[in-house]
Design a protein. Structure first.
Length: 240
């Protein structure tokens, strides 16, 4: 009797294990890149409220938007040939040639992520920079924005499985899933009369895609079929 029970249970256990392995393998195959998008705002002075643009003594900040998919977990932001376009950077700074002293002033950058969705805690990060520098005239002096360059960790559970607007990654059909990424901002030095992009980077980005509905249906159908087969064997063994 025990032998018959084991004979019926063993195929069931192996089948469940096989289906679970296939489901996990599918999710693992898509555990790679992350589509990331967002926007920035900034302001000068302690306790200020970041807005679309800000100016302090001839130094002007303009906000930006960014969007793109990581490659090997990395995504660079900024440094485009046209910094004033303010796309795919963290904003830009323009410095006039008017004589001014900037040392001791501060700047606050607010970064808001619109993708991935479902970011735990908050989808925003704030970075503060201390300004150093003096402008005397054209080609004399400049400004350094010395940011706190710490890497911030963001984790997310994005269940909004929309197509990747960047065209997608081979083997990855959607941008949804459970994952994380690090984000940091770089320092910026600017000359009088210059416009320069503020840059940053995404590092360590990864996600495990939520199993597709078709996979879950297949898994449920397989388990139902296995259970029916076990019942038939049990009834046959009992002589029914």
């Amino acid at each position: 009797m025990t032998h018959r029970i084991l004979a019926m249970v063993k195929p069931l256990a192996l089948s469940i294990l096989a289906i679970a392995f296939l489901a996990l393998a599918q999710g693992e195959a898509r555990a790679d890149e992350v589509f990331i998008a967002g926007n920035t705002a900034g302001c000068f002075g302690a306790g200020c409220t970041p807005g679309a643009s800000a100016t302090y003594l001839g130094l002007t900040y303009s906000n930006a938007t960014f969007a793109g998919t990581t490659a090997s977990g990395f995504r660079g932001l900024g440094g485009n040939p046209n910094p004033g376009s303010n796309f795919n950077n963290l904003g830009s700074f323009s410095l006039s040639t008017a004589p001014n002293v900037y040392t001791g002033q501060s700047f606050t950058l607010l970064v808001t992520f619109t993708a991935p969705q479902g970011i735990n805690g908050s989808d925003q990060a704030t970075f503060t920079a201390l300004l150093t520098g003096t402008v005397r005239s054209d080609n004399q002096g400049g400004v350094l924005l010395d940011f706190n360059n710490r890497r911030l960790l963001f984790t997310f559970v994005d269940t909004n499985c929309e197509p990747d607007p960047t065209g997608g990654v081979p083997g990855q059909k959607t941008t949804c899933g459970t994952g994380s990424f690090f984000f940091s901002v770089n320092d910026l030095a600017i000359d009088p009369g210059q416009t320069a992009s503020l840059t940053g980077q995404i590092t360590g980005a990864q996600q495990s895609t939520v199993p597709e509905p078709a996979t879950m249906i297949l898994l449920g159908t397989g388990l139902t079929g296995i259970a029916a087969g076990v019942r038939r064997r049990r009834n046959k063994a009992a002589g029914k």
